[in-house]
Write a protein that binds this ligand. Structure first.
Ligand code: URA
Length: 284
């Protein structure tokens, strides 16, 4: 009896270790080495995450209007109206880029070196939408060319997506926020007309929303990645005649801080690959 118990405990520990390894967790544990209960805590967290991996059905989140007061402030904002007029006028990517580069209505531009417009293939079936340029992006004028970008490229490469061949990449705001803070709602709304026209000019067959800023900007405030991941939600704006399916993934910068979420993201990527093979001729 006692021996069996010892063997079983040993096996259990071994399985846990294997499981941790498969979740890429060695690094995570070593980060928490000094915490007495870190391994147990990590296992608990992982078990919760693993439960979430099961396919789950969530009602589509309708785009939610921002709070009423804020909404009024935003609709009366002349800077948004100015952005809208320019976006309305643009009939090509070159025009849109030109209008954007000459637009001074977003305060972020004052601190930025570059307007970071886009990278990738203009007629791509996939459009990737990030949050905002970081330091490297601001320096080089290219979205996702820093540390997060390297990781994003690797994630995409694993399911045959690349900005060199089949993806177009841009951000929710086009200038780096000081100290990499999150863009404010007003900054997002001022840039939004450009984003909307941008999407309409590319007319992708799938939009991948990278991180929560991109997700809430397009799907509304109630769209929470941990709840809507692995599902597709339709997106439409005034420049589109048909809705485009979207899917949201965790931001690579978040995954760099929370490596335990990488495993979940791997399942999300597999789901995306499945969608591509089923729905998009370029991937069949
Ligand atoms: N993070 C983003 O969201 N976008 C970038 O372009 C770079 C980092």
């Amino acid at each position: 009896g006692k021996t069996m118990k010892l063997v079983n405990n040993g096996l259990q520990k071994l399985n846990n270790l294997k499981w941790l390894k498969s979740a890429g967790i060695e690094y995570y544990c070593s980060e928490k080495k000094d915490s007495k209960n870190s391994l147990i805590q990590t296992l608990k967290e992982l078990k919760i995450n693993e439960a979430k991996i099961e396919p789950h059905i969530i009602k589509p989140t309708k785009p939610q209007p921002v709070a009423k007061q804020e909404q009024t402030a935003l609709t009366n904002n002349p800077l948004i109206a100015e952005a809208r007029a320019l976006a309305d006028k643009a009939t090509s990517l070159d025009e849109l880029r030109n209008y954007l580069e000459n637009f001074n209505g977003c305060q972020l531009k004052e601190f930025a070196t570059h307007t970071v417009f886009s990278d990738g293939v203009a007629n791509a079936p996939i459009l990737l939408l990030g949050e905002a340029p970081g330091a490297t992006e601001d320096e080089q004028g290219i979205p996702f060319c820093g540390e997060s970008g390297v990781m994003l490229d690797r994630m995409l490469e694993s399911i045959n997506i690349s900005r060199k061949t089949n993806a177009y990449i841009t951000n929710t705001v086009f200038w780096r926020p000081p100290a990499n803070r999150r863009p404010t709602n007003t900054e997002v709304e001022i840039c939004k007309p450009f984003v909307e026209k941008h999407i309409a000019l590319i007319k992708p067959k799938l939009i991948i929303l990278i991180g929560s800023t991109a997700t809430t900007s397009l799907l509304g405030k109630k769209a929470v990645i941990s709840e809507i991941r692995q599902n597709n939600y339709p997106y439409i704006n005034k420049y589109l005649s048909i809705a485009i399916p979207t899917t949201a993934i965790f931001h690579p910068a978040y995954l760099l801080r929370q490596p335990s979420q990488k495993k979940n993201t791997w399942y999300d990527l597999l789901k995306i690959q499945d969608f591509l093979i089923t729905n998009i001729s370029e991937f069949q």
